[in-house]
Design a protein around this ligand. Structure first.
Ligand SMILES: *[C@@H]1O[C@H](CO)[C@@H](O)[C@H](O)[C@H]1NC(C)=O
Ligand SMILES: *[C@@H]1O[C@H](CO)[C@@H](O)[C@H](O)[C@H]1NC(C)=O
Ligand SMILES: *[C@@H]1O[C@H](CO)[C@@H](O)[C@H](O)[C@H]1NC(C)=O
Ligand SMILES: *[C@@H]1O[C@H](CO)[C@@H](O)[C@H](O)[C@H]1NC(C)=O
Ligand SMILES: *[C@@H]1O[C@H](CO)[C@@H](O)[C@H](O)[C@H]1NC(C)=O
Ligand SMILES: *[C@@H]1O[C@H](CO)[C@@H](O)[C@H](O)[C@H]1NC(C)=O
Ligand SMILES: *[C@@H]1O[C@H](CO)[C@@H](O)[C@H](O)[C@H]1NC(C)=O
Ligand SMILES: *[C@@H]1O[C@H](CO)[C@@H](O)[C@H](O)[C@H]1NC(C)=O
Ligand SMILES: *[C@@H]1O[C@H](CO)[C@@H](O)[C@H](O)[C@H]1NC(C)=O
Ligand SMILES: [Cu+2]
Length: 598
């Protein structure tokens, strides 16, 4: 029997109905908070007219001064980060993107379901060919069944280093509102990564040589590195707060290659949602975000009025990797109104976790649970149609072409899932190829299990020849509405590392996660079927595993990939091709007329 504690604080006992029941629910006594109180849950309004929100993105060169020098970056509407988009759940968003940059461009709406609008998802070569310089494309999609903090970013080469911004979905007017007291103010807080060099050059150089790329020079908060870096006093984000008030920080990790710890000196933080899914309130002094992840965090200005640093730095967890990493610290200042920041006084600095503090990172990510009954909450799909076991590996591949690679034995660094290193198609996007039935762009033989079972996380695998991998454009086909369970298993080829795996088109439930090799006999018992966290990006623990479930209720072509931009072009990706359903409302419409051509 499960003990359910109402949001109101009331405690009741409830046997969960058979629809979501599983052995685990019945056997274990669980403490579950449910929101909203049942009488509110039964209420509800519905409108039929649709609201449009139109936006224009001008993407072009921008010269900004950072770390003592002027630099040219690619940016949207002349700002870093780009503009924040605010919509209400149910709205249709129309964004005209004009590419005035010198690079091929696409924009991805990270975490948006894109129900029947896969053509607007954005990953280059997957759902569209890129928008060439001097051209434009209009992204058009309706946002249904989700609310909270998401974001948009470039999904081609490394451009998202500076082409990113917040996408905030408010609850529909007249609906339930937030499952927590309305905050005094809402503040986007975007963590980013800064390069002094041109990021496209950094990526091109690394891929030409087949070696890991150069590292970044700074981290940023809302585009500002903060005053621990040279010449950056003026480039420090400041948040002024009123004593006693509560602020909703809409946090996003937009960094390319680094997971980050974040703290504010002396202040507790309360997580109320991640990846635009409400969570049980989780009080912590540290936030841990992988690239791609978001968190809605309540901050109450309840300390002695003064100034406090907020700070972020690397959670660097790669083992056996003698490479340098960005070990710098970004800061912003939390300033209580009415307190002058006196010259010569420095704000109080939080003590950040050690770079390799995996216990802290794991405690954060494994403590999050979904808020049962909150708006858009859905139960875990009970029946599983497709069971997959996917290894996630670094490795080495043939150098290819006439290039000469500087990786071990003249090979190139690479990455794979189930021993397939993903190769993007050329000439057409996968979605066009799937939609029009074009042959020769992909095969549907992505394996459900790795070709070989081995001791996946044994550290002596580092130099194993089994880490050799070939490229292929192999996808997994799914019937409309199939429920999919995936065991994600990291391997120790080259080295172990936490990989943030991001699924396009769907949210998933995270049933369990752990270290070492997944052991079905023991680890299935740990599955949370009651209130597992719901997200679109999961940091698969370093040298460990995670299990996710989702329902393929959206026809289209959906990428599933590592959100570290160092691993994505190495091939750490696969693709789901979800078939149309039986009705017009489960059938993907044809592409818009302005879909870019290759
Ligand atoms: C459109 O917006 C109006 C005003 O904000 C709101 O009352 C209405 O419910 C919205 N309609 C839909 C379908 O979201
Ligand atoms: C971007 O800038 C254009 C003008 O250059 C403006 O019309 C548009 O509203 C801006 N977009 C956003 C989302 O702020
Ligand atoms: C934009 O920046 C790139 C790289 O710095 C440069 O090659 C290009 O000439 C610039 N384009 C314009 C229109 O300024
Ligand atoms: C990468 O770093 C190396 C060593 O510091 C430097 O020589 C090279 O120019 C850098 N590459 C780019 C594209 O900035
Ligand atoms: C960061 O790395 C540099 C170069 O590897 C090193 O000199 C420095 O001491 C490191 N700083 C910290 C805070 O670890
Ligand atoms: C890892 O593999 C090596 C070589 O096969 C073996 O000797 C060792 O016992 C394994 N380590 C563990 C922890 O199982
Ligand atoms: C992966 O495939 C390559 C090429 O076929 C093979 O050499 C290697 O042993 C395979 N590794 C694993 C772990 O399956
Ligand atoms: C898809 O599955 C959901 C719930 O699992 C069900 O309500 C819906 O009817 C299904 N749709 C189709 C077309 O099978
Ligand atoms: C830009 O995209 C086109 C079409 O996909 C492709 O042919 C071209 O090589 C790309 N350019 C660069 C610099 O990647
Ligand atoms: Cu990765």
């Amino acid at each position: 029997m499960a003990r359910l504690e109402l949001f109101t604080g009331l405690a009741i006992s409830l046997i969960l109905a058979a629809s979501t029941a599983s052995a685990a629910i019945i056997e274990h006594s669980l403490h579950v908070r449910i929101w909203p109180p049942l009488h509110i849950f039964l209420a509800g309004a519905s409108g039929s007219s649709r609201n449009y929100s139109r936006s224009l993105f001008q993407v072009q060169n921008l010269t900004v001064r950072r770390l003592c020098h002027p630099r040219v970056i690619t940016a949207v509407n002349g700002s870093l980060p780009g503009p924040t988009i605010r919509v209400s759940e149910g709205d249709t968003l129309v964004v005209h993107v004009f590419n005035k940059s010198p690079y091929n461009l696409t924009i991805h709406w990270h975490g948006i379901f894109q129900l029947l609008s896969a053509w607007a998802d954005g990953p280059s070569s997957i759902t569209q060919c890129p928008i060439p310089p001097g051209s434009s494309y209009t992204y058009r999609f309706t946002i249904t069944g989700q609310e909270g903090t998401l974001w948009w970013h470039a999904h081609v080469s490394w451009l998202r280093a500076s082409v990113y911004g917040a996408l905030i979905i408010h609850p529909k007017k007249g609906h339930l509102g937030y499952p927590f007291p309305k905050p005094y103010k809402e503040v986007p807080l975007i963590l980013g990564e800064w390069w002094n060099a041109n990021v496209v050059d950094v990526e091109d150089q690394a891929l030409a040589l087949g070696v890991p790329p150069n590292i970044s020079d700074a981290f940023t908060i809302n585009g500002q590195p903060g005053d621990l870096y040279p010449c950056s006093r003026k480039h420090t984000y400041k948040l002024k707060v009123r004593p006693g008030k509560t602020y909703l920080l809409r946090m996003i990790n937009a960094a390319l290659n680094n997971q980050l710890f974040f703290k504010i000196a002396d202040h507790k933080l309360k997580v109320v949602a991640v990846d635009a899914s409400y969570t049980n309130p989780y009080v912590t002094d540290v936030i841990v975000l992988s690239p791609g992840q978001t968190a809605d965090v309540l901050l109450t200005a309840d300390q002695i009025p003064g100034s406090y640093y907020m700070a972020g730095r690397n959670y660097f967890n790669a083992e056996n990797v003698p490479l340098p990493f960005d070990n710098t610290t970004t800061t912003g200042i939390l300033l209580y109104k009415g307190t002058a920041s006196l010259p010569g006084t420095t704000p109080k600095m939080p003590l950040l976790p050690a770079f390799n503090d995996t216990p802290t990172a794991h405690k954060f990510s494994s403590s999050l649970t979904s808020l049962v009954g909150a708006p858009h909450w859905i139960p875990v799909p009970a029946e599983v149609d497709e069971k997959m076991f996917m290894t996630i590996s670094l490795g080495l591949s043939p150098c290819g072409g006439r290039a000469t690679c500087q990786g071990p034995n003249g090979l190139r660094f690479s990455a794979s899932m189930n021993n397939v290193s993903f190769q993007a198609p050329t000439g057409r996007s996968l979605l066009e190829a799937a939609f029009f039935g074009l042959k020769g762009f992909f095969t549907t033989d992505f394996p459900d299990t790795p070709p070989l079972a081995f001791d996946y996380t044994n550290r002596s695998l580092a130099q194993s020849p089994l880490g050799f991998v070939l490229k292929g454009t192999r996808v997994k086909k799914l019937k409309y509405n199939a429920t999919v369970e995936i065991v994600l298993q990291n391997t120790a080829f080259i080295g172990v590392e936490n990989h943030p795996m991001h699924l396009h088109g769907f949210n998933f439930h995270v049933l369990a996660q752990g270290f070492g090799n997944f052991n079905p006999a023991n680890d299935r018992k740990k599955f949370n079927f009651v209130n597992p966290v719901i997200r679109n990006t999961i940091g698969v623990p370093v040298g460990g595993w995670a299990v996710i479930r989702f329902q393929a209720n959206n026809p289209g072509v959906w990428m599933f990939h590592c959100h570290l931009d160092v691993h994505l072009p190495w091939g750490l990706a696969t693709v789901f091709v979800v078939e149309d359903g039986p009705t017009p409302s489960s059938t993907l419409p044809p592409p818009p007329a302005d879909l870019p051509k290759c």
